[in-house]
Design a protein around this ligand. Structure first.
Ligand SMILES: Nc1ncnc2c1ncn2[C@@H]1O[C@H](COP(=O)(O)OP(=O)(O)OP(=O)(O)O)[C@@H](O)[C@H]1O
Ligand SMILES: [Mg+2]
Length: 386
């Protein structure tokens, strides 16, 4: 994508945003939804095809100011941050992000509304105790920056592009990928993937609470599950069944032939009939224990793998982008030490080293600090679980 060609450079001077290239490759651009499906589709296609889109951003910016839409402005600001990060201006990206994180002034006594959370006010309640069966993850809490191998990045991006093009696909009798199963080892981005999909589609993230959903009373868990699916049908959202093995274990393997297998049957049926306007994302790190009948009911099933060498280095560098890092750091050696580690552990090692650097007053992250953090965490990951 060349932001510069249609005037953004002229208007914006030498901003690296103006010079950013092909964000579709890193795939975490986000698009406001309020101006309709067609516009979304156009932008998604523009990103994918590396076409200029500066005029569109300017239009959105001006429209958001005129509409007084804080949500649109915030999304545009995040988009600028993403673009800066992609062009290697990680410090500026961090600074901008820090500004965006600051608490906002609330004008006229009204709470800052999030467009995508509107309409999710009526959340489903459990039949017997009136407990919330699902919660909306606040938009501010939606992490969405992911480091992934190219092929997996493409699979996420395809879901987002199909969602943006859902009406055009519908005109040909085709349905966008709506139901997705993400599997893979812990800490590598399954839950994060659901948040990113919510962020990039502009849909609210509705996370199902299995603790409230499951009941020991006959048929009640299934009825609760049905209520959740109905809520998702009424209001477009990303419905997240996080660690879905909780309710989707193979029927044959279960000792409980009552409520547990009933809920699996209900889930299979609800998935079969699923035709909600949003997306459904289920995650698990024990895919082998899921009921085999479940897999073919998903439109897309793929693994979110542990990071390879390139991803480990990128995760370290991005996490450390807000602090000084000693020039002498040997990244290859650190990557070797982290071989096989989860993305979560890699991020944490970098954060621990950064904190240690700040606390010891040196403010520069050295290889020794990173090695110490890695060895401490490795120790934790390999310790036998009690
Ligand atoms: N691919 C990734 N890119 C960037 N950060 C990541 C990635 N995967 C994980 N992380 C970091 O690790 C944290 C935990 O990731 P996440 O919750 O998505 O793991 P998970 O795969 O859902 O694990 P679990 O199976 O234990 O639920 C994230 O909040 C993020 O900070
Ligand atoms: Mg998870």
């Amino acid at each position: 994508m060349t932001f510069g060609r249609k005037g953004w450079v002229a208007a914006g001077g030498t901003s690296s945003f103006a010079r950013s290239r092909n964000p579709a490759k890193s795939g975490h651009a986000s698009f406001p939804r309020r101006h309709g499906d067609e516009a979304e589709e156009r932008i998604a296609a523009a990103l994918g095809d590396c076409q200029p889109m500066n005029a569109d951003i300017l239009r959105r910016l001006v429209r958001a100011i005129v509409d007084g839409s804080q949500d649109d402005l915030t999304r545009l600001a995040h988009k600028v941050v993403d673009a800066e990060r992609r062009t290697g201006h990680t410090k500026l990206a961090e600074q901008l992000e820090a500004i965006l994180r600051k608490p906002r002034l609330i004008k006229n006594g009204s709470a800052p509304s999030v467009e995508s959370d509107r309409g999710m006010k009526e959340l489903p309640l459990s039949r017997r105790h009136g407990e919330l069966l699902a919660t909306v993850v606040p938009r501010d809490a939606l992490e969405h920056y992911m480091v992934l191998p190219v092929d997996i990045e493409h699979r996420f991006a395809r879901i987002e592009r199909e969602y943006a093009a859902r009406e055009r696909l519908g005109a040909y009798g085709l349905r966008n990928r709506k139901t997705i199963l993400l599997y893979g080892p812990p800490g590598c981005g399954k839950s994060l993937g659901a948040k990113r999909l919510a962020w990039n589609t502009g849909l609210p993230l509705l996370k199902v609470r299995f603790d409230a959903l499951l009941s020991s009373y006959f048929g009640e868990s299934a009825s609760n599950l049905r209520s959740v699916f109905e809520a998702a049908k009424e209001r477009p959202c990303v419905l997240l069944l996080d660690e879905c093995d909780f309710i989707a274990r193979a029927r044959g393997n279960s000792n409980d032939i009552g409520e547990a297998s009933r809920i699996v049957n209900s889930l299979l049926q609800l998935m079969e009939e699923y035709d909600a306007p949003g997306l459904l994302v289920a995650t698990t790190n024990v895919e082998e224990s899921l009921d085999s009948a479940l897999f073919r009911r998903f439109d897309d099933v793929f693994q979110v793998p542990p990071p390879g060498s390139d991803e480990i280095e990128k995760l370290l560098r991005v996490t450390l982008s807000a602090v000084n890092v000693a020039d002498s750091v040997n990244w290859n050696s650190l990557v070797r030490q982290l071989a096989g580690a989860s993305a979560a552990m890699t991020v944490k090692a970098a954060q621990d080293a950064a904190k240690a650097a700040v606390l010891c007053g040196e403010k520069t992250v050295t290889e020794a600090l990173l090695e110490k953090a890695i060895s401490e965490l490795k120790h934790v990951e390999t310790e036998p679980k009690r």
